[in-house]
Every structure is written in C-alpha cells, then in structure tokens.
Design a protein around this ligand. Structure first.
Ligand code: 16G
Ligand code: ZN
Length: 534
C-alpha cells in the first residue's frame, strides 16, 4: 500500500453508520440497500486486495440480493475459477463490513496484506456485475470507489446474471479455454452445444419445445430476451414477468423462490393446463419447473427433480459410451426422501448428503468424476473432472463404434452447455430441455418418474437460534441437549416419517422439515416437532 493518506481519505468517503452487524454468509452479505453503501465500498477494497494476493487473477464482485424483495441488495465475491470466495476471506469480509471506524478499516487492510504476504507489484483485476435493482447503480459507485483505491483494472459488465459473472471470471483466468469473458461467448458456447445435441434427437415423442418463461421481473428475463435469438428453431419461449422497469415487481409473487416456497404457480400470467412453466429467481442462478393438470392441481419440479433427471441421463450416456466413470449426486437433508431412494435404488447413482449452502454441495461434488448437485430450491450444476473431460474428448476422437461415439458426442454437448462454476438457470434450462427431448418426455412424463413423499416446511422464531447445533449434514440436532431424542420418539409414530430441525443461516428462525406417508401426517409431524422445539 503506497499511500496511506490517500487510502485513509478514500475510506473516509463511506463511514459505517453502525446500524447493523453484518455477516458474510453462504450467500454473501444481504440487507436493506439503504444501509449497504459502506459495506459495498469496503468489499470493493477487499476484492482488489484479493486479486493482488492472487497475482492479478480476475476476481468477481456481484451486486445482488437474488430472490429477496426489491428494497434489499447485497454482494457476493467470486474467486478465480468462478467459485465462491474462500472461507478464510469470508472472515475478513465480515470483519471489514463491521469495522466501526476508518482507522480500523485501514489497519485491517494492512493486516490482511501482511498475513497473506501480499506483494504490491501486482495490479488487481476486478470483474463487476449487478442485477436490475434500483440501488445497484449507487452501490456500484461505492464499490468502484473502493476498488479504485488500488488502481485496479476494472471491468464493469453492467446488468448481468450472477452465473454469467462467475463464467466470465473463470474464462479470463483460464486463458479462454472455458470461453471468452463476454455475453456473446457465453451465449454461443451454451447455445451451440444445445443446438448440436438437439440435432441428434430424431424422435421427439411427447416432448414439447414450448416454454412459458417466468422471469421474476428481473435480469433473468432481460437475458432470456437476448438468448431467444440464438434459440430459434429449437425452443419456443413465451416471455412472462419480464417487466424490469417497475422494479417493485422484482420477485413479487413470481419467480423460482415464490413458486417453490408457496407451492403454487407464479402470478402475472395465465396458467394453462399441461403447459410447461419455467421460473427463475432475481439473479437467475436458480430454476424450477411447474405445471397444472386439467383439474388445476399444481405440480412442482424442483431441484430434486432436475437432479434425478440429469443424473439418470448422464449415467445412461456413460453406460452407452463404454467409459467407466464414477457419477455421483449431492443433496441436502431437504431433498425429498423418495428422490434419494429413486436415485439410489433405481438409477444406482450414489448419493451424498451435505449441509445447506451451495459451497458445501459444490465442494462435495468435486469428490466424483462427474458430480451433480442440486438444492431442492433449484440451485445446482454438474462438475466434470478435468481428466474426465479429456478422456471423453479423446475417446470421442478415436471411437469407431457408432453407438458409443454418439453417446460421447452427447456427453460433450452436455459438458459444453453446463456452466460448471455455479448454479445457472439458463444453462440448467438447456440441460433439462435436452434431457426431456432425448427421453421424449412431456413435463408430466417427467413428473411420473417417482412420487414425492408428502412434506411440510415450518419455521419457529426462537430466542436465540445459535443455541441450535446440528450434525450429520444437519440431519441430527446436537443442541439443545435432549431435543433429538424427542424428535426421534415423535418420528417413530409416523409411517415413513422423517424430520429434522436446523437454525437458518439467513434469518433469525429455526426451520423444521417433516415428511411422512400422507400430507396430513407430514403436517402433523411438523407441528409436533415444532412444539418440541419451543
Ligand atoms: C442461502 C444459500 C442457499 C440456501 C439458503 C438457505 C448460497 C449461495 N445460498 O441462500 O443455497 O438454500 O441460504 O437459507 O449458498 P436458510 O439457511 O435461511 O434456510
Ligand atoms: Zn439467486
């Protein structure tokens, strides 16, 4: 740090009003946008330091509050391969966001530089994106003020989806091997492989290429409009909830989180029986499918369904290709028990369970040659090990058996249409549409693969959620002492009963999940467990 006086005056421009204690958690920092200016400014400082530490690798900073209401905003930092920020730096982020005065901020930055042996000869490179929120532009200015304190190379991509920014960061740092850091390259890479695979699909059977797209009135809608041009002749996308000018509509009674949480169709569009609805969230990293039948009964195809669909298909492709590759699925305790059973017993794909939060799933998925992970809420992707990627491409170039060669070609298409850096609604949609088409399935055919166990989600407000501690990937409650025994004895009374409690990582509540043989029993079980929690 060359000029402490300059740095100090930079820091002074965004003082901490001390209204709130922030925590950099599983989804970065999120709060009412009014109170975030100093946080974003300090994250700008931090992200620049992170890039210097990583020898000028591009590091990303996304301004978004995802599925939260319009008045919120937030920030997520992205490491060089497009992954989430390293957890040791999450601690710095939390400390910096809360530092009461400017001297503390300055001292902390110097301390971070010392602790990490940061060499000032590197010039930071920072990639920035933001969602459609009103506050985004103002907060961007705060970020830029921080980033520029270190004379960074800054690339502001404007309004883009979260997964696009993850993709761009990875592209830059892998010298173009993954694509170029531009929207054009992103669309071409994903869409071209989708179209190539579509050409190999000769019999559509029950598959319909028509999609009713619920853009949550956010950036997902904006970017889908660009994508439609590339998708002509393969998908028919009817746009809904694409009003990004009236930002109060963002995520309001629509989008992936609304549909998943309320188990009902999005508002803002006419719902026709057996049409295929696709909902994304406010920064387009989550996706769920849904439809209603002729009696207007609602059916949700969430992250669990997408995971099973994809796992089955990829497993089949590997069998057909003749390659012996270990394909695995990562879920959380929220995954429906019948989805786990279906994957394990029917698809014969091993399943791992990890705590809630994308970084845990992503990390675990790396244990497999091909790791598929999805949270029930619709966030997920597929990870291919470098060696496997190479193996598939090499084998494809020499394979003489026609059936094997076709399977390998299809695997390459799936790899190229996957945004492996993070869950990506657009990429996931292309994958789902590919598999449905390959299978010749309508959305109800897909739904029929297995039936979900009836389940119920509840939450209770407790005095201090920190008194709750869980183990075994949140499936067991370790503290308060004695609670797990109570839950066990309650669950025993229910046929096919399962229930767990965990403290929320994002809100001041304890969440309860229950499933059982019937909806009535699942509801009763949830209530009984909730009473035990009180
Ligand atoms: C965060 C997580 C999401 C998780 C949710 C659970 C990321 C990027 N996001 O939004 O994956 O499902 O938290 O919230 O990791 P909860 O702890 O309040 O139940
Ligand atoms: Zn999101």
């Amino acid at each position: 740090i060359e000029n402490i006086v300059e740095l100090e005056s930079n820091i002074e421009s965004y003082p901490n009003p001390g209204i709130k204690v922030f925590q950099y958690g599983t989804s970065g920092i999120r709060y009412n946008s009014e109170h975030l200016d100093h946080v974003l400014h300090r994250m700008g400082l931090l992200v620049a330091l992170r890039s210097i530490h990583l020898k000028s690798a591009a590091v990303g900073l996304m301004i978004t509050a995802s599925h939260n209401p319009q008045d919120d905003n937030g920030i997520k930092l992205i490491d060089p391969l497009g992954e989430m920020l390293d957890s040791s730096w999450e601690v710095y982020a939390t400390k910096l966001a809360n530092a009461p005065n400017n001297q503390d901020v300055c001292a902390m930055l110097i301390n971070i530089a010392y602790e990490n042996n940061i060499d000032k000869k590197y010039i930071p490179r920072v990639y920035i994106g933001r969602d459609t929120r009103n506050s985004g532009k103002r907060l961007l200015d705060a970020v830029l003020c921080g980033v520029n304190a270190f004379n960074s190379n800054v690339e502001d991509f404007g309004i883009i989806t979260t997964p696009m920014l993850h993709f761009f960061v990875r592209c830059y740092n892998t010298n173009g091997l993954y694509g170029q850091p531009s929207e054009h390259s992103y669309h071409t890479k994903l869409t071209n492989s989708f179209k190539t695979l579509r050409k190999m699909c000769l019999d559509l059977k029950n598959y319909s290429p028509v999609i009713e797209f619920d853009g949550a009135n956010g950036v997902g809608a904006l970017k889908m409009k660009d994508a439609i041009i590339h998708l002509e002749e393969t998908l028919v996308i009817n746009m809904h909830n694409d009003d990004i000018m009236n930002t109060e509509k963002l995520n309001y009674k629509c989008g992936a989180d609304f549909v998943k949480s309320n188990q009902c169709p999005p508002t803002g569009m006419t719902i026709k029986p057996h049409s295929k609805y696709v909902s994304v969230d406010g920064d387009a990293d989550r996706i769920v499918y849904s439809f209603v039948d002729e009696n207007n009964k609602f059916y949700l195809l969430d992250g669990d369904r997408i995971a099973t669909l994809v796992a089955g298909y990829i497993k089949d492709l590997f069998i057909a290709s003749g390659l012996d590759v270990n394909v695995g699925l990562v879920q959380t305790a929220y995954s429906n028990g019948n989805s786990t059973k279906y994957v394990t017993d029917k698809l014969k794909v091993p399943v791992a369970c990890v705590p809630t939060g994308v970084k845990y799933l992503h990390h675990k998925a790396n244990d497999y040659d091909v790791g598929i992970y999805f949270e029930a809420n619709g966030h997920g992707t597929i990870l291919f090990k470098d060696a496997i990627r190479e193996l598939i491409r090499n084998q494809c170039s020499i394979e003489v058996d026609e059936a094997k060669s076709l399977a390998l070609k299809k695997l390459i298409c799936i790899m190229d249409m996957t945004n492996e850096t993070v869950g990506d609604a657009y990429s996931d949609m292309l994958i789902v549409e590919s598999v449905l088409c390959e299978r010749g399935w309508s959305i109800s055919d897909w739904y029929k693969t297995y039936s979900d166990l009836p389940n119920r989600l509840k939450q209770v407000t407790v005095k201090d959620r920190n008194t709750f501690e869980t183990g075994d990937a949140e499936r067991i409650c370790l503290k308060p002492l004695g609670l797990q025994e109570k839950i066990d004895s309650i669950v025993l009374k229910y046929s096919m009963g399962r229930s767990f409690v965990r403290p929320s990582g994002t809100e001041d509540v304890v969440r309860i999940y229950a499933e059982a043989d019937t909806q009535i029993n699942a509801d009763k079980l949830a209530v009984e467990v909730a009473t035990a929690v009180y």
